[in-house]
Design a protein around this ligand. Sequence first.
Ligand SMILES: Nc1ncnc2c1ncn2[C@@H]1O[C@H](COP(=O)(O)OP(=O)(O)OP(=O)(O)O)[C@@H](O)[C@H]1O
Length: 284
Amino acid sequence: MTELAVDVRGLRKRYGDLTAVDGLDLRIRPGEVFGLLGPNGAGKSTTVEILQGHRGRDGGTVRVLGADPATADRRWRSRIGIVWQDESAPAELTVRETVEHFARYYPKPRDPRDVISLVGLDEKADSRIKELSGGQRRRLDVALGVIGSPELLLLDEPTTGFDPAARRRFWEVVRLLAREGTTIVLTTHYLEEAEALADRLAVITAGRIVAEGEPAALRERFGHEATVTWTEPDGTARSERTATPTRTVAGLIARFDGEIPGLRVGRPTLEDVYLELTGQGADR
Ligand SMILES: Nc1ncnc2c1ncn2[C@@H]1O[C@H](COP(=O)(O)OP(=O)(O)OP(=O)(O)O)[C@@H](O)[C@H]1O
């Protein structure tokens, strides 16, 4: 059996009295794109930082590419791609200089020109970093995350601050890397992003996984009920949540003479499922 790219069991992390990660299990296969979804403060960044080896843990076992990130060496580090959220790149250097500079840290870097193109920064290659917009800056961060041809790419909210076109473009980058066999773990607040990219995803709240699976399977498993809405003859809008919408509609047909005003039958979106799982759903 191939070794898992990420194998986390019973992970725990506390900050003082606050339990940020509360017994988390994650098994991610090589080549998978795995999404971690959850509301603010769920423990996503903490988990990713532990996988990167940048944060300690209070309990559990963690194996990333076969090593414990807490004690892994430099060689292990060169196999992991990280997209930093801070402003660590030197502001006076140009995009090209920065990418070339980072390429030298890795044994098997990609061609800096290809990487600059990949993230759509060709036109800004000779601009200084301090002259970039927020979204362009973020694309440079992504470029620095992939320059070393990582086997595993860890992305914490990679598209925050991207305009819609840049987000689509970034999705293409992720898909391309995935096709090349890179394992990718990404956290995101965007359901559509998780659905567009992830082979599997885990929904996490309060440091625990509340659901895990393929996006379509999650929708199927947790969102099997449909919502039937219609308008009563007196003008009142009605809505019923049911696992048997056909029966509900049949009942309405029997009750109404002719067309049922305002009839609509809807299946929950992944967003509905997510909001419900994370306790943010509106009562319906
Ligand atoms: N360095 C820290 N010291 C103390 N508490 C922290 C620290 N980092 C995170 N926390 C707390 O741990 C919890 C989990 O935070 P974390 O950043 O992992 O969540 P997240 O799911 O990434 O949230 P977001 O979506 O807002 O980025 C939060 O309640 C947060 O306030």
